[in-house]
Design a protein around this ligand. Structure first.
Ligand SMILES: CC(C)(COP(=O)(O)OP(=O)(O)OC[C@H]1O[C@@H](n2cnc3c(N)ncnc32)[C@H](O)[C@@H]1OP(=O)(O)O)[C@@H](O)C(=O)NCCC(=O)NCCS
Length: 189
């Protein structure tokens, strides 16, 4: 994966999150095709976003353009992040962090206490981001990604309803709301 350098022209503090709707899906698909070897179909997104009872899909918009999105399945005390992606032109400006905060807020609001996800073994960028949200590797699914045969690491965070986790989430929220220029000092990994 190419190393992303934040574009100082992009002020990610101006990115807003909205519930993903039909009208966003065309732009979502453009990002999807760029970042995943086996993109979801638009039909799948359209099926997912209407399941309001047990799904949360968010779109991140910058000056009315969709620049990222993420989704979540909720089931009782558990939630599972199904997807998260940011337009490569906007990588490393805090939009992924903002989407994670939005998804975790939604999971907690729906009574979630533990959140899981799968990530490619080679996807260090995403793993770094998840670790900042307290996710830890708890298992491996060998050959999970059929198109490449790559293993998935299962990551998990629990007690997201605790005051300690609320403090972590607030730190991440503040970070994602800071202008890109002031974030760049802390950008490492
Ligand atoms: C993973 C992804 C969503 C992150 O989005 P982003 O907007 O670039 O993320 P942020 O700018 O909020 O960065 C959050 C943290 O992620 C980590 N990170 C992001 N990109 C990284 C990279 N290229 N190398 C190393 N760490 C990286 C860093 O820890 C970063 O924090 P820092 O900037 O303070 O160091 C984005 O890289 C992406 O869309 N990737 C393709 C799709 C994908 O892999 N999705 C995850 C599927 S499991």
């Amino acid at each position: 994966m190419a190393i992303a350098t934040p574009d100082p022209q992009i002020d990610a503090s101006k990115v807003g999150l909205v519930t993903m709707r039909r009208r966003h899906v065309r732009q979502v698909m453009k990002i999807e095709a760029q970042v995943y070897p086996r993109p979801w179909s638009s039909a799948l997104f359209l099926q997912e976003i209407v399941r309001r009872a047990d799904r949360v899909y968010l779109a991140a918009r910058y000056e009315s353009t969709v620049v990222g999105y993420g989704g979540l399945i909720t089931s009782g005390l558990e939630a599972h992040i199904t997807t998260i992606a940011v337009d490569p032109a906007y990588h490393r400006t805090g939009i992924g962090t903002k989407l994670m905060v939005g998804l975790l807020d939604a999971a907690i609001a729906r009574g979630g206490k533990t959140i899981s996800l799968e990530v490619r073994r080679s996807n260090f960028a995403a793993q770094n981001m998840y670790e900042k949200f307290g996710f830890r590797p708890v298992g491996l699914r060998p050959g999970y990604y059929v198109e490449t045969g790559e293993d998935a690491i299962v990551m998990w965070v629990d007690q997201v309803d605790s005051p300690e986790y609320a403090a972590l989430l607030n730190r991440m929220r503040r970070k994602s709301e800071a202008p890109t220029e002031s974030r760049s000092e802390g950008a490492g990994g």
